[in-house]
Design a protein around this ligand. Structure first.
Ligand code: 6R9
Length: 641
């Protein structure tokens, strides 16, 4: 491992205070009750819990049982009394350079106004609300207004298509949708309301749609259903008393891809989740009161939920929020924003770094990046070349890189260097050590721990406060997905290895899930969508290694009409996937074949398609039904050479 990846000389960022980490980590495992009781003071509670962890219904763990709190109170109200009333909560930057500064007081007023409007629309505690929004201030406002009145929100990333949105509305049985006329991306308007209208044709639970005027594109307002945001939220000084929520009331549902065609709705709790995200941000990045924190993710993903909205607001920080592409109008957008707003901490993804690296050093060199003191990454393992560029060119060899390994389901960071507890010497590509309370192990197929340096499946041996409570409407799937491969242990679906110094290296997914530009996409979801176009009888989708995206989507498709024009067919499939699932799901390559390799029981052997397509040895073929299918894949590849 060492010789392969190497350890950079890190004296600048090596903090021998690692013994602080070791001590706290040890306490967190030896005496979790006291540890979490103390840690939970990071929040303000209306009333304290009577039990830290209830594990009587494993694996449905419940944290801070009986505790009462409100997340919107914790994220905003309490800061007004703590001298943060006029502190910026968000510095918002639009793609066209427009800027807006929203103070904690401004956020407070917006949240109360919307909360009132929601109550007026008859939204009650426990109701489900879907948010389909671009990166605008109203996004955190809507999340916190929902939390204030106890409604459970589900955010759908604005890059998703109508089919994906409809599926999430249906699964969550949402009664209200909040969207915008449009959002900006690469200088163009994405017509969100139009997509939402299409989705609503496929759903029946939504009573009202609140529409935010943002891009000012024309929209169709449906009478008695659609309402303009600005018409229902005046700027009067309303106050809505925050609901006293139970620590185990759900805060939100966020859908994520899994190994079936249907996305899973991870349900996160009010208390445990909030304690976890605020604690992990502090431990890993240790931001100062006056730091400007920039998590450059989209709010529609878990990274944005936890580290653009909940954790930084609970800690009372100032965040940068940017709507738009990182390469628009030029590939120095990120660097320009860092210089202009004197950003201190940047948290982004390896795929973004690789994208910007391609354009060369001249773009970052145009800007003064000297305010940066910490850098972070998330979403996939970071390759040493990208790590080095980020460290040397962006951080000027001064800033530690906090590589955070975690998932939608974990709520917050699980394995990461922890600046707040004493940084270890960093090794490029390793997420280093577990956070307090996180108890990882690496297992082989038989469930036995592998030896140091051996690859296996990473699991967590005990629950942690930020873990999902269940899968929406599907307790069985929760148990099956996370706790059945290795009974009693939380199974992440990733491979990992631990080196001789105890560092964890994450090595990618061990299941049928791809990681495309840091986004988790299910192969089967895309296959289903391809077949649903009616143009194909079957499809096999897999991730093909890609220097920028990590993985690119490759699809082998058996057409319904063998005589159809290939080019037309391919472009029609692309078009329909874009509209149904969204642009991020559109395959990078589609190849037409007559048949696909299958087992005798009829299952498509994706592994064989992938191996043959990548010119690797396909492994065991004894279960293959028709061996000519392998030649088919080979000749489909040949045809494109
Ligand atoms: C936060 C987030 C989760 C999957 C996860 C793993 C991959 C995320 C990583 C990483 C290696 C890191 N992943 N961070 N792999 N090193 N630092 O990305 O959530 O979208 O649910 O994806 O992403 O494969 O299982 P999510």
């Amino acid at each position: 491992m060492e010789s392969e990846k190497g350890t950079l000389p890190m004296n600048e960022v090596y903090n021998p205070g690692m013994n602080v980490y070791s001590e706290i980590y040890r306490k967190s495992l030896e005496d979790p009750e006291n540890f979490w009781a103390k840690q939970a003071e990071i929040l303000t509670w209306y009333s304290k819990w009577n039990k830290i962890l209830d594990d009587s219904k494993k694996p449905f763990y419940r944290w801070f049982v009986g505790g009462k709190l409100n997340v919107s109170y914790n994220a905003v109200d309490r800061h007004l009394e703590q001298h943060r009333r006029n502190k910026a909560a968000y510095i918002w930057v639009g793609e066209n350079g427009e800027e807006k500064i929203v103070t904690y007081d401004g956020l407070y007023r917006r949240i109360n106004n919307l909360a009132k409007a929601l109550l007026n629309l008859g939204i009650k505690k426990g109701d489900r609300i879907v948010l389909y929004l671009p990166m605008i201030i109203e996004a955190p406002v809507a999340m916190l207004a929902a939390a204030r009145i106890g409604a459970v929100f589900s955010f759908v990333f604005a890059g998703f298509g109508a089919g994906a949105l409809a599926e999430r509305i249906n699964d969550s049985k949402a009664v209200l949708l909040i969207t915008a006329d449009g959002g900006f991306r690469n200088g163009k308007v994405v017509e969100l309301k139009k997509i939402a209208d299409e989705a609503l044709e496929m759903t029946s639970t939504v009573r009202n749609v609140i529409v935010i005027k943002h891009a000012r594109n024309d929209v169709n307002m449906v009478e008695d259903r659609d309402i303009w945001y600005h018409e229902i939220v005046g700027d009067s000084h309303t106050y809505v008393e925050p609901e006293h929520m139970d620590a185990n009331d759900p805060l939100f549902i966020l859908y994520t891809s899994g190994t079936t065609g249907k996305p899973k709705g991870a349900v996160h709790s009010t208390g445990g989740y909030s304690v976890w995200v605020a604690s992990t941000l502090k431990w890993a990045f240790n931001p100062d009161e006056d730091d400007r924190w920039w998590c450059a993710a989209d709010i529609g993903w878990i990274t944005g939920h936890s580290y653009i909205v909940f954790a930084p607001l609970i800690l009372g920080l100032t965040s940068i929020m940017y709507e738009g592409s990182i390469t628009y109008p030029e590939p120095d957008r990120l660097w320009e924003i860092i210089e202009k707003y004197r950003v201190n901490i940047l948290y982004t993804s390896p795929t973004a770094i690789r994208t910007l690296m391609k354009f060369g050093e001249k773009y970052p060199q145009r800007h003064d990046l000297s305010t940066l003191k910490v850098l972070g990454t998330v979403g996939e393992p970071i390759n040493p070349a990208a790590w080095k560029w980020y460290y040397e060119i962006i951080g000027n060899s001064r800033c530690p890189i906090i590589d955070t390994y975690w998932q939608t389901e974990t709520g917050g960071f699980m394995i990461a260097p922890q600046r707040g507890l004493g940084l270890p010497p960093l090794k490029p590509g390793s997420a280093t050590f577990p956070l307090p309370g996180v108890d990882p192990a690496i297992l082989d197929d038989a469930g036995k721990e592998v030896r140091t340096g051996e690859k296996g499946y990473i699991v967590f041996r005990r629950p942690w406060p930020g873990m999902l409570m269940t899968v929406n409407n599907d307790d069985e799937r929760y148990v099956k997905t996370y706790f059945s491969k290795f009974p009693g242990y939380y199974y992440c679906g990733d491979y990992a290895v631990k080196d001789e110094d105890g560092y964890y290296w994450l090595l990618g997914r061990s299941d049928e899930v791809m990681n495309v530009s840091g986004h988790r996409l299910g192969t089967i979801e895309i296959e289903d969508a391809i077949v649903a176009t009616g143009l194909a009888v079957e499809a096999a989708v897999f991730g093909k290694p890609d220097p920028v995206k990590g993985e690119a989507i490759s699809a082998f498709v058996v057409p319904k009409d063998a005589n159809a024009d290939r080019h037309e067919l391919i472009s029609e499939i692309r078009k329909r996937i874009r509209a149904d699932l969204g642009p991020i799901y559109v395959p990078d390559e589609i190849r037409i074949v007559k048949l696909l390799p299958k087992t005798r029981s009829g299952k498509i052997m994706r592994r064989v398609v992938k191996a043959v397509a990548l010119n690797q040895i396909p492994g065991d073929l004894t279960t293959l039904e028709d061996s000519t299918s392998v030649d088919e894949i080979k000749s489909a590849i040949e045809a494109f050479k």
